[in-house]
Design a protein around this ligand. Structure first.
Ligand SMILES: [Cu+2]
Length: 117
């Protein structure tokens, strides 16, 4: 009976832990949240898991609320979402809004700001 109980508890823990392990999260961003940087020509966000590139987006809005044109990029390992600009960003504040569809089917979004000096 004791042995049966401990087996049951073990499988319950494994079942509840699996989805959390597969959950993607933002690991790092360049420029980072709240950073002040010299005119970048690209931005990039690295996640803990692969995401589905066609269902993932990245947007940049300047301090006046204007959308900045960018070319979306996805790294070969499928974990880094990026944007590259035709010209380096000019001085001001910017807000990044991202959305990814993780491999486990969860959709995640986030937003953060940085400043170009
Ligand atoms: Cu998830």
């Amino acid at each position: 009976m004791n042995r049966f109980l401990s087996l049951a508890v073990t499988s319950a823990v494994i079942l509840s832990a699996s989805p959390a392990l597969a959950h993607a999260r933002l690991v790092s961003a360049t420029p980072g949240d709240g950073a002040t940087v010299a005119a970048p020509q690209t931005i990039s966000l690295t996640f803990s898991e692969r995401f589905a590139a066609p269902f993932s987006t990245i947007e940049l809005v300047d301090g006046r609320g204007r959308l900045v044109a960018l070319t979306k990029t996805v790294s070969e390992d499928g974990k880094t979402l990026g944007g590259s600009f035709a010209a380096p960003l000019s001085t001001g504040s910017y807000r990044v809004t991202w959305a990814i569809a993780a491999a486990d089917g969860h959709r995640m979004t986030g937003t953060y700001s940085f400043t170009v000096r």
